[in-house]
Design a protein around this ligand. Structure first.
Ligand code: HEC
Length: 193
């Protein structure tokens, strides 16, 4: 190989290298990498959005109805329950010796008989339902009154958040000269099943 041919070849290689490097530089400009080291191969310049599809295969159906609240009761916030009671005061009085309004007076309601407040005209549905207002019954009723007692005349949509129901029931529990006992660990365990 004579010198001229060698020079031409060398120039060709050099040019190819330059074009190659310019190509990389161009790619870096087009696809800036965040760390500044070369072309960002680890990230897509144009992220491909993949819609998140919920993996429903084998998923347990969402529980219907009121979630358990007994475990929440011990730490429930009575003051928050008192605030929530503003949703009830259009129809209920909470004071000791309070009068019946649209709904019965609710002093000392935890563990009272259902439909037992003297002088209140209950619906047949509630009057005939039976049992007392233990924590489980209050949880179910306050979640969705008309689902628990079909035909009740309490027109209230319900408290959908478990924490709200726990706070509300803790407030109701406090409205008594001798508040009902808090649930035991055994009560909590059997409710959760
Ligand atoms: C729109 C009026 C209204 C609102 C709001 C309302 N209630 Fe009532 N409530 C009633 C009526 C009416 C009854 C009686 C239902 C029946 O006889 O079927 C009742 C019954 C009850 C009972 C059963 C009492 C018993 O003696 O058996 C409880 C407990 C109760 N309400 C709690 C609440 C709480 C707690 C709230 C607020 C979170 C609330 N209610 C909101 C109207 C209302």
């Amino acid at each position: 190989m004579d010198e001229l041919k060698f020079n031409k070849l060398f120039a060709g290689v050099l040019l190819a290298a330059l074009v190659f490097m310019a190509g990389i530089k161009g790619a870096q400009i087009l696809v800036p990498s965040h760390d500044g080291h070369g072309v960002a191969e680890h990230k897509n310049a144009y992220p491909i959005e993949v819609a998140e599809v919920a993996d429903t295969a084998g998923a347990v159906a969402a529980p219907v109805g009121p979630e358990p609240i007994l475990a929440l009761l011990a730490e429930a916030d009575i003051a928050a329950g008192m605030k929530l009671a503003k949703k009830c005061t259009a129809c209920h009085v909470f004071d000791e010796g309070g009068a019946n309004k649209v709904g019965p007076a609710l002093w000392n309601i935890v563990n009272a008989d259902k439909g037992g407040v003297a002088g209140f005209g209950y619906s047949d549905a509630l009057a005939g339902f039976g049992g007392g207002w233990d924590y489980a019954a209050l949880n179910a009723f306050l979640y969705k009154p008309k689902a628990y007692i079909a035909g009740t005349k309490m027109n209230f949509a319900g408290l959908k958040k478990p924490k709200d129901r726990a706070n509300m029931i803790a407030y109701l529990r406090s409205l008594s000269a001798s508040p009902a006992a808090l649930p035991t660990d055994a009560d909590i365990a059997s409710e959760a099943q």
